[in-house]
Design a protein around this ligand. Structure first.
Ligand code: NAD
Length: 485
């Protein structure tokens, strides 16, 4: 077995509450299955409502001391954790591959996660307010303060990165945390719990639960002891969390949700580069990326050339064992996701024209797939597939391309390929998306720039310069002088 190097018995499977590993109060477990072989690699303890209550209570008890510790002291813990993540790169890579089946050579996640903790170790200093003498006889201030206990709920497609993206700023801002990982990919979060213990964090500051959306996720979303929630996942779950928040204590909600990224390729674009980049965008991680460009609009005059080049890239992928360093295309994460993609393949065949790929009929593999001439109102064009499936349609005018690209309830990312700077600016401005790539597409990003969704793709922004504010609220302090100032 290619992953024999992982000692399955050493994998941590318990919940992490108040700095201690413990079984679930219900003693229920769930399976983690390696998507390549479909073998069970771990039986993980499943958090119940009592475990959620205990974790929130531990985080609430730890909050005042963590908040009052100050940025410098909190930074020491974050810096230590960053170092431990780097030292654990290989273990984390194997665990992530076992859970999600992404080719192990594409694992860059520990470096990015470590960078987040290192950055936020110092960035806490930037939590600043304002001072004002504008009101007679007053010195008025605004200060930024942590919420208290925040819940972090993360998806399975980049588990370690999502963990770090949320955990580092939440802690730097002075909040204490209950994180719930995805039931499909809990192992790296539990490994991180071991590192948190090793880094010496005070008990209760970080609590890590494994479990399903119901009961653990929904219990966090409606918990009266949780004051903020940062969620990354599907738009459908995001809606449920907003409702649960509104029906409980109006906790602050930050949502990073699904996408249906359009890429527009104009006749003056570098066609080879556009084809190479857009194919990588939808093929990487077997298409299981929120920003994957699943819709491509190519000008009718260059469609043939573009599609030919695109299909050649798709045909060159090497499907196989994700632990094999030569593999470039892994299986879908699980049977649920695989079946879901097959449903969209059937829709594509009914509504459009299948011109490359399809079901590999081999385990959970789906070959990188191209559909052409799919009507804009087809479910394939409107819904998130979350697989290596792209629809390529043509356009004749700029207005038509923009209208088609914006004909979606999603608005996470969009891209435009052209050498005409005026058109690049005009189209970027017109596209309904939180990020627009010009002559580049997803997963290209910029760590210091804001990331988040327009429309039903989310609320709020993440990024090195933006995430801290998602975990802070502003208080105004009005100081009236006893005598005239
Ligand atoms: P999902 O919505 O099924 O699950 C996400 C998390 O929410 C999991 O931990 C799950 O257990 C939990 N959950 C489920 N039901 C819940 C409930 N009722 N209350 C509270 N928590 C609940 O999403 P997924 O399948 O894990 O991830 C894929 C989705 O995530 C895609 O839609 C993708 O686009 C999106 N995503 C978005 C971004 C982004 O930054 N915008 C990044 C990665 C993934």
């Amino acid at each position: 077995m290619a992953y024999a190097a992982v000692d399955l018995k050493s994998i941590e499977t318990r919940l992490f509450v108040n700095n201690e590993f413990r079984p679930s109060s219900s003693n229920k477990t769930f399976e983690v299955v390696y998507p390549y072989t479909k073998e069970v690699v771990a039986q993980v303890q499943e958090a119940d409502i009592k475990d959620v209550d205990d974790a929130v209570a531990a985080a609430n008890a730890a909050f005042p001391a963590w908040r009052d510790l100050g940025t410098e002291q909190r930074g020491h813990y974050l810096r230590k954790l960053s170092q431990l993540i780097l030292e654990s790169n290989d273990d984390l890579a194997k665990l992530e591959t076992l859970c999600i089946g992404r080719p192990i050579t594409q694992f860059f996640d520990a470096g990015l996660a470590a960078e987040y903790f290192r950055y936020f170790a110092d960035a806490g200093w930037s939590a600043q307010g304002t001072a004002s003498l504008n009101t007679p006889d007053h010195l008025n201030l605004t200060v930024k303060q942590p919420f208290g206990v925040v819940a972090l709920i993360i998806p399975w497609n980049f588990p370690l990165i999502m963990f770090a993206l949320k955990m580092a700023p939440a802690l730097a801002a002075g909040n204490t945390v209950v994180l719930k990982s995805s039931e499909k990919a809990p192992l790296t979060s539990l490994y991180m719990a071991k590192l948190i213990q090793k880094a010496g964090f005070p008990p209760g500051v970080v609590n890590i639960l494994s479990g399903h959306g119901d009961p653990a996720g929904s219990a966090l979303a409606s918990h009266m002891g949780v004051r903020g929630i940062s969620f990354t996942g599907s738009s459908a779950t995001g809606r449920k969390i907003q409702v649960a928040s509104a029906k409980s204590n109006m906790k602050h909600v930050h949502m990073e949700l699904g996408g249906k990224t359009p890429a527009i390729v104009f006749p003056d674009a570098d066609v080879a580069s556009a084809a190479a980049q857009t194919q990588f965008s939808i093929q990487f991680n077997s298409g299981q990326i929120c920003v994957a460009n699943s819709r491509i609009y190519v000008h009718e005059s260059i469609a043939e050339q573009f599609i030919k080049s695109f299909r050649e890239h798709f045909a060159a992928v090497k499907m196989g064992d994700p632990m094999d360093p030569t593999t470039t295309h892994g299986p879908q994460v699980d049977m649920i996701q695989y079946e879901r993609i097959k449903e969209y393949l059937a829709i594509g065949e009914k509504d459009g024209k299948l011109t490359a790929g399809g079901d590999a009929k081999d385990g959970l593999f789906v070959r990188p797939t191209v559909f052409e001439d799919v009507p804009e109102d087809s479910r394939l064009m409107q819904e998130e597939v979350f697989g290596p499936v792209v629809a390529i349609n043509t356009f004749s005018t700029e207005e038509e391309a923009i209208a088609k690209a914006n004909n979606s309830e999603f608005g996470l990312y969009a891209s435009v390929f052209t050498k005409d700077i005026d058109r690049a600016v005009r189209v970027s401005k017109a596209l309904d998306a939180g990020t627009v790539g010009v002559n580049c597409t997803s997963p290209t990003g910029a760590k210091d720039c804001a990331f988040g969704g327009f429309k039903s793709s989310g609320t709020g922004r993440e990024g090195l310069l933006h995430s801290l504010d998602s975990f802070l609220e502003i208080k105004t302090i009005l100081i009236k002088a006893v005598a005239r100032l």
